[in-house]
Design a protein around this ligand. Structure first.
Ligand code: TYD
Length: 241
């Protein structure tokens, strides 16, 4: 919450730095933000859909969103960043993903969480850290910094990292027989750097990031995911400071 300086900022009357306007997310009595991460072909969307069904079946309010996308502005950015006909420079790419994210946070995520919903989000900041920070070579900390600006203080309550080898992820994509988008057309070493970066992130934040073996059958991955979310999904786990 911004503490009432909104209009005052525009009128130039607010004494607090404009950065305070980034703190739009209430820190108490909010829902839960659960993000799903992993390489292309890891099965994130399948898990996200199954989780949404399982959580809804428990009578809890759940919303499923994806990145980049989820709201009109961000879906347009999605079309742009995925277009194989475009050569997007690495810094521009990082900023486009961050811009799509900023819009999603303001327009959908913050209001939903403020309302107490459980939000399942297919990719979030960790994707940018791994893809743009590590694989594109921009530096994880630099990409983290622009994402702090984009999201304000909104951190996931938990992140499920679907671990799969780059080769297995690639094989699943080939099975789907879709033509690869701009990022999916990158070479092996690009995906090896992403996988290594995700592992490093998981090592540095073991409480938030839970690693799942994505090579297992979908029902097994779902069961493992639910086990990692048990404390968050328990009714008493939903109102925290
Ligand atoms: P998508 O079709 O959603 O891939 P997937 O189904 O595997 O999630 O396309 C998103 C692509 O954008 C994917 O290749 C990963 C990439 N990406 C980034 O490079 N940085 C980001 O911050 C995000 C959110 C996605």
């Amino acid at each position: 919450m911004t503490g009432g300086c909104h209009g005052a900022h525009r009128r130039g009357e607010c004494k607090r730095p404009p950065d305070a306007a980034l703190a739009t997310v209430p820190s108490v009595a909010r829902g839960s933000l659960i993000t799903i991460e992993g390489l292309d072909g890891a099965g994130k969307s399948t898990l996200a859909r199954a989780l949404a069904e399982a959580i809804a079946a428990r009578g809890q309010r759940v919303e499923l969103l994806r990145e980049p996308g989820g709201v009109d502005v961000s879906e347009r950015i999605r079309a742009l960043v995925k277009d194989p006909a475009l050569a997007v420079a690495p810094r521009a790419e990082a900023l486009l993903y961050a811009a799509a994210r900023a819009q999603l946070v303001d327009e959908r995520l913050a209001p939903l969480l403020g309302d107490g919903a459980i939000v399942l989000l297919d990719r979030y900041v960790d994707s940018s850290l791994a893809y743009q920070g590590a694989a594109r070579g921009l530096g994880v900390e630099r990409v983290r910094a622009i994402n702090r600006f984009a999201t304000g203080p909104l951190q996931p309550d938990r992140t499920l990292l679907l671990r799969i080898t780059p080769a297995a992820g690639r094989a699943r994509q080939v099975q789907r027989a879709e033509s690869p988008d701009r990022l999916e057309s990158e070479d092996e070493s690009f995906f090896a750097r992403i996988a290594a970066a995700y592992d490093e992130l998981a090592r540095s934040e073991p409480e938030r990031i839970r690693v799942l073996d994505a090579s297992l059958a979908p029902e097994r991955v779902l069961a493992d995911a639910l086990a990692e979310l048990d404390d968050l999904l328990a009714p008493t786990g939903r109102t925290r400071s």
